[in-house]
Design a protein around this ligand. Sequence first.
Ligand SMILES: [Zn+2]
Length: 190
Amino acid sequence: MIYTENDPETIKAIEKGIPIAELEKRMKKTRDIYLGLDESLVQVIVEDHHTMQRLHISYELLADVVEALTSNQQKQYIKPGYTGIFTFTEVGCPWGCKTPDEFYSFAGLNAFILPEKYFESLPNDEILSKEYLDLYENVIFNDRKPIPDVLRLSPVSAHLIRVHHFLEGRESPYRMDSKKMIECLILSGN
Ligand SMILES: [Zn+2]
């Protein structure tokens, strides 16, 4: 099925029984921002759908790689020149889906994929560089806004891709921009 913005079938596929307005409310008001205040859920999903088609990437493939990284740090999916920081967390799905184990929280890893250059000064420095500390603090503790060259993935990311075809809004710190993903992850086929 090809998504189009004013198509009732597209809306129905996105809603999965929960009205768009309610979904948008949940995504904007929560602690985890899935969507910027001025963003439209349908527009974000339809635009990304077309980008994915243009780039010939499937949701299944993307979800598999993201799942590997956020469940057990399978670093072989990270391209040379990039590295990952992993922290444990739990996140819910805005659609209210349950996990295969019947939990409402998806438990696993936040995976922060970022250029290795940030770590170059680390190994021999007793005092960590200010650049590193700033970055670390931004990535780990201040996850309220996107950082241009950092890809943040969470335990619910693979589910959002696979089931909802949702890569999160442009203003979300956890946006899975397809071009950024191609840049730092190994997706077979590109
Ligand atoms: Zn869901």
